[in-house]
Design a protein around this ligand. Structure first.
Ligand code: SF4
Length: 401
């Protein structure tokens, strides 16, 4: 009997999400070989890197970084582990890092300690002579993996056939492949991040009646609600169903078409966790990321990007208490940087973003050692056509104030 599989499998990045979730241990790096024992499928490295202790790796990275000097720049996303982020020349969320990548002209090598779509974006925004390196090629993003370009193109063709050209503006969250950014650039659309989603929606509604928002339904919904769009004007596009599971009438009546994607880290936060934090801590302030679900966002005191979350807590009064709904590596770092405040994660289970966590220091040591020997490993590129149109969508984003 032939079994026909007509659905795409759940991304491996989503399946792996709980590999490092724990309740009883500190989140400190082990050797790469020990971490592989958690059952993860990461890029393999020569055995010497697999067995090197985190302490030795730290020394190796420091020495290599010093020797390479200003030939390299290391960009680090806030969700990186402490053992990696300590080497970042610039830290930030995806918006800040993409702005930085667009301004960098000197370093020959941009080493991106983040996930695949971020390295692609850095390549698109960098100059022709620069090379972008992602230390571990399997560092993807489960949300980005939920929107495949073939499915998005089918969706776009359906929408164009039903609604005609020009009425829908495609807007993609930064957390998407270059191919999807390119589709947006080629069709009058734009990229956004959690820092500038609101301004991007204003820009888009000035140009079209509807937005197709990819791939995070929650950021799309949360932002649309702040723009006064009613929930009954929003539809979900399920790529596994004809017309995304919608009728032609529902598509015509919608204002927001939300791709059915989500972040496996931020959808762990719940209203029950918020209620528990409020019960156990008088005067707690709750701040969450807009990739959380709408009920969580509406139950919180503040909502914003990782840069915003850092800033609001850093600027908080001494003695204040903060319950935070974002990735645990960042929450722990904010807590360390604010010893005069009580900062804790809403979720009592320590559960890092499994894909950001794939940048183990052994990978960073390996790519730097390669550069010292004149070998470029794990270079990230996209084809010229994709680069051209995704650059248009990114430039539009960077120009929106
Ligand atoms: S936190 Fe969520 S959106 Fe960000 S990289 Fe991890 S899985 Fe992707």
């Amino acid at each position: 009997m032939v079994i026909k599989i007509d659905k795409q499998p759940i991304p491996i990045t989503e399946i792996e999400q709980s590999a490092f979730c724990q309740t009883d241990e500190e989140l400190a790096s082990k050797t790469l070989e020990q971490e592989f024992n958690s059952g993860v499928r990461w890029q393999k490295l020569p055995v010497s890197y697999m067995r090197t202790s985190p302490e030795e790796l730290e020394q190796k990275i420091s020495a290599a970084k010093k020797k390479l000097g200003n030939k390299i720049v290391i960009l680090g996303h806030h969700y990186q582990r402490d053992e990696v982020i300590q080497f970042a020349d610039v830290r930030g969320d995806s918006f800040k890092l993409s702005q930085h990548a667009a301004e960098l002209k000197d370093p020959e090598y941009i080493i991106f300690c983040g996930v695949h779509f971020m390295a692609e974006t850095a390549y698109i925004l960098s100059t022709q002579r620069q090379k972008v390196i992602l230390p571990n090629l399997t560092a993807g993003c489960s949300m980005a993996d939920m929107a495949h370009i073939d499915d998005v193109m089918d969706c776009w063709d359906d929408l164009t056939e039903i609604l005609g050209e020009g009425s829908v503006i495609p807007v993609t969250y930064m957390n998407s492949t270059a191919a999807i950014k390119s589709l947006c650039g080629e069709n009058g659309g734009v990229v956004c991040t959690s820092s500038n989603a609101s301004a991007t929606f204003d820009w888009s509604f000035e140009r079209g009646e509807k937005i197709l928002f990819l791939p995070d339904q929650h950021l799309g919904r949360n932002t649309a609600v702040t723009k006064g769009v009613n929930l009954n004007e929003m539809i979900i596009w399920n790529p596994f169903k004809p017309l995304g599971g919608n009728s032609i009438e529902a598509i015509k009546n919608s204002k927001m078409i939300l791709w059915q994607g989500h972040c496996s880290v931020h959808t762990r936060f719940t209203v029950d966790q918020i209620n528990a934090a409020k019960k156990s801590h008088a005067n707690v302030s709750v701040v969450v990321h807009p990739e959380c679900t709408l009920d969580v966002v509406e139950s919180s005191d503040y909502v914003g990007s990782t840069e915003y979350i850092r800033q609001i807590i850093n600027e908080g009064e001494p003695g204040t208490t903060w319950a935070v709904g974002t990735e645990i590596s960042l929450v722990n770092r904010i807590a360390t940087e604010n010893p005069d405040k009580n900062v804790f994660c809403l979720d009592s289970v320590v559960c890092p973003c499994s894909t950001m966590y794939r940048i183990h220091p052994a990978y960073l040591a390996w790519v730097l050692d390669g550069l010292l020997e004149g070998v470029v490993v794990n270079q990230i590129t996209v084809d010229e056509n994709t680069r051209k149109y995704s650059r248009i969508a990114l430039d539009r984003m960077l120009s929106i104030k």
